[in-house]
Design a protein around this ligand. Structure first.
Ligand code: MN
Length: 394
């Protein structure tokens, strides 16, 4: 049994005002070609099919297009909802889709749906656990004994699921899963500010499964064990995920920031192999760094269609810099400066200094640094002093 594990497609996502739909279509096409060529039996999508609970029409049409393609290729498709999806909308047509080997679990209704696929070694049980909040589980079990956190809720949901540990079992789940005490590092485009202990589920919670297909975090990686994995998002969706400026792209190298998807092969019980598959996207998302002159010099330009985050090292702000960058890189996303000035600002720790020094000194130092002058003009200080008094700082 071979399956490809995807998650966090975020269809319809807009990054820096750029609609990623064409890139998403291109990637899904490449993935479909790969699945057909490699005789992959099933495609797992572990949540966040869409970027929004009310996805744009183009995103819905795109997913519709691929459901038909996969169905025509006789690929089993297993889908769960993520926190970005509307559970009820994702369930649209699910009973009909099932007759075409497309299995969807959008809403949690007190049991985790099981899909059994067979190969020469017997059955493989796929458990489709949609994105769950503790209240979803508590609604069905033990109403008077509320789950204190997500881990407790997931444990409750799993306890109420029949599992034959002598068979091969795979679960799809869209949650914050961590190994030990380490909170997982975010890729950058998850739209979660921080991961607290209330949401974090210890990976050992899923120990009874042969493979755990996770979604939610956008980095592709194992959580403690090789068989408990985040697939990562379909594409790079933020500057933090972009290829760093220092990376030199050749024909066939892969940057650590490039998205890869787990291809899992199950043989007899206990035999599992995981391979990370890289599929080249239509455009890379990457950073370029240098002076405006360097970045726009003809000899330095590669892949001008890429999504570009330009980091200018010029000490003096350049006139119409974004226009100059966009002349060459029409899909440029964002421009920022990194020079001695921005470095000083970054190193200036406001929290520490405020505690140590009087407000007047902190404010005047900060002003000098930001404005690049030796002293804050008296009249400006007067204005700030009045404001500070009004809000109660002074
Ligand atoms: Mn996501």
């Amino acid at each position: 049994m071979k399956f490809l594990h995807l998650s966090d497609l975020h269809l319809g996502k807009i990054v820096n005002e750029r609609n990623m739909i064409d890139d998403q279509r291109y990637m899904l096409n490449k993935i479909t070609e790969f699945i057909v060529k490699e005789n992959v039996n099933a495609l797992l999508i572990a949540g966040d099919v869409y970027d929004k609970a009310d996805p744009p029409e183009k995103a819905v049409s795109l997913f519709d297009e691929f459901l038909l393609k996969w169905s025509n290729q006789n690929i089993n498709v297993l889908i769960i909802s993520g926190n970005h999806d509307s559970d009820v909308r994702l369930d649209y047509g699910k009973r009909f889709f099932k007759t075409h080997n497309i299995y969807v679990a959008g809403t949690y209704k007190g049991n985790i749906e099981k899909v059994v696929l067979k190969d020469e070694y017997g059955p493989v049980n796929f458990y489709l656990m949609p994105y769950i909040k503790p209240s979803d589980v508590d609604h069905y079990f033990d109403k008077d004994n509320k789950s204190a956190n997500c881990e407790e809720a997931i444990k409750k949901a799993l306890k109420n699921t029949e599992l034959d540990v002598n068979q091969r079992n795979v679960i799809l789940s869209h949650q914050s899963v961590s190994f030990g005490k380490n909170a997982p590092e975010l890729a950058g485009s998850e739209a979660i500010v921080s991961v607290g202990t209330i949401e974090c589920i210890n990976s050992s919670t899923y120990d009874n499964f042969d493979y755990v297909a996770l979604g939610h975090f956008h980095c592709s990686r194992a959580v403690g064990k090789e068989n408990i994995r985040y697939a990562g998002s379909l594409l790079k969706y933020s500057q933090k995920e972009a290829t760093p400026a220092s990376f030199i792209r050749t024909e066939d190298n892969i940057s650590p920031s490039d998205k890869q998807f787990p291809l899992v092969e199950l043989k007899e019980k206990g035999s599992i192999s995981v391979e990370q598959v890289y599929i080249k996207p239509m455009r890379d998302m990457r950073c370029i760094k240098g002076t405006l002159k360097e970045l726009t010099a003809l000899g330095n330009i590669t892949a001008p269609d890429d999504y570009i985050y330009a980091i200018l090292t010029d000490e003096i702000p350049q006139l119409n810099a974004m226009d100059a960058i966009r002349d060459i890189y029409p899909n440029a996303m964002h421009l920022e400066y990194r020079n001695s000035h921005t470095k000083a600002i970054a190193e200036f720790s406001l929290d520490e200094k405020i505690d140590e020094k009087p407000f007047e000194e902190t404010a005047k130092n900060f002003y000098s640094m930001i404005m690049g002058v030796n002293e804050m003009p008296e009249e400006e200080w007067k204005i700030l002093e009045d404001v500070a008094k009004e809000v109660g700082i002074l």
